[in-house]
Design a protein around this ligand. Structure first.
Ligand code: HSE
Length: 415
């Protein structure tokens, strides 16, 4: 029998306790021994819950109890998650977490301590909720050279964008509904500004390269500037807009970014809608493979935590070599990467067509009824080149006392 403790009895912690109880026998068969929940650490009391008799408020109880070999961290945030996890690993306990902020910020150090202590630090639930993507990278694709990872990694933003696309509602309306349904946090900044996706693509890139990736090196834009008008054009073109975290890996160099991206119906991630997540991996022998499922939520995320607990129990006395070391890959500025650009410009298409072509080159023009603006799709070019041309276009419009560019969205569409 192995004793476990859960730190943080919120949505995911509750789910873990629930699965440990209801699937006790199956888990024992897989783990080779029973996993028994001894403590639940939280600031609150839970008098009516099935774990009421195991609730504690002092972390030291877990740290100092040698019987506890498995610790689940589902508190979220960095403080006190980081010092608590570090102390547990240092005390020779296995730690399993769903906390992407913790893994992205301190993963390198925590993995090192786990190796030195011969225990495990697992974090399957930190990316893609219940989707098995971390284990897929270190086990199933271990013989593959990963060339690109591209993912819809945040359920809240995907829910918002899907709603804007299908129902024509504004960003604000869709966000309000996501909050009412409990998908988005009250303060939704980490989701809608792309920070959550940024940390997740950093973790996946570190897994794929075996090197530390600083999430602060990843150019990140959120979805707050995406409007219902953008989706009117997107629908007309048979495309949609998704928040993609993308990482291209070549010769140990990484080019990563998080940006709202226009994709067509042919794109494998086009059909990933609502709160679902999807991750597309390109690797040298297998080619494209895609992983899809519930990227958030109590039981899907708890399921990934429990799988990690079982793997830790199976490897009670050894460190499973996963993760990355302190070496960093060269990070390439994502502004050199090439794609097409969807641009909305103020005014009438016929009046500005010549000037637009003169500056942006050959473009596809898109016109909607009843609006004093038009859209264009450029040919493929590097972002750095596009920005120079866009600045010129804007200043030409300003010279005439007119508005210029109203919106721009990167488009991963064939020329
Ligand atoms: N806020 C995250 C999301 C939760 O919406 O995907 C799962 O990491």
């Amino acid at each position: 029998m192995m004793y476990a403790a859960i730190m943080g009895y919120g949505t995911i912690g509750t789910g873990v306790a629930e699965i440990l109880e209801k699937s006790r026998e199956r888990i024992a068969r897989s783990a080779g021994q029973e996993i028994c929940l001894k403590y639940v650490l939280d600031l609150r009391e839970f008098p009516d819950s099935p774990v009421a008799d195991r609730v504690i408020h002092d972390f030291k109880v877990i740290e100092e109890d040698e019987q506890v070999r498995l610790v689940v961290e589902t508190m979220g945030g960095l403080n006190p998650a980081y010092p608590f996890v570090k102390a547990c690993l240092s005390a020779g306990k296995h730690v399993v977490t769903s906390n992407k902020a913790l893994v992205a910020a301190y993963g390198t150090e925590l993995l090192k301590i786990a190796r030195e202590k011969g225990v495990n630090f697992f974090f399957e639930a930190s990316v893609g909720g219940g989707i098995p993507i971390i284990r897929t990278l270190y086990r199933c694709l271990m013989g593959e050279k990963i060339q690109e990872i591209s993912g819809i990694l945040n359920g809240t933003t995907n829910y918002i964008l899907t709603k804007m696309d299908r129902e024509g509602v504004s960003f604000e309306q869709a966000l309000k509904e996501a909050q009412e349904l409990g998908y988005a946090e009250k303060n939704p900044e980490a989701d809608v500004e792309g920070h959550d996706t940024c940390r997740k693509i950093a973790i996946l890139t570190a897994m794929a390269t075996g090197m530390e990736v600083d999430y602060q090196d990843i150019n990140t834009e959120g979805i707050t500037a995406i409007t219902d008008m953008d989706f009117r054009y997107a629908r007309k073109m048979g495309t949609s807009v998704k928040l993609l975290g993308t990482s291209r890996i070549e010769d140990g160099k990484v080019c990563a970014r998080v940006v709202p991206t226009m994709i067509s119906k042919d794109h494998p991630l086009y059909g990933v809608s609502g709160v679902y997540n999807g991750i597309l991996v390109k690797s040298d022998q297998l080619g494209d493979s895609m992983y899809y499922g519930s990227g958030a939520g109590k039981l899907p995320t708890a399921s990934a935590v429990v799988a990690d607990l079982i793997e830790a129990a199976q490897n009670e006395n050894r460190n499973v070599p996963i993760g990355w070391g302190a070496e960093r890959p060269e990070m390439i500025d994502s502004k050199i990467s090439e794609c097409r650009y969807f641009v909305r410009i103020a005014g009438a298409a016929e009046e500005k067509a010549e000037m637009v072509r003169g500056i942006l080159g050959e473009v596809q023009t898109l016109v909607l009824e009843d609006v004093d603006e038009f859209g264009i799709l450029t040919k493929k070019m590097a972002e750095i080149e596009f920005i120079q041309r866009a600045v010129k276009l804007d200043s030409e419009c300003q010279k005439k006392g007119e508005y210029g560019i109203l919106q721009l969205i990167r488009a991963e569409l064939e020329d």
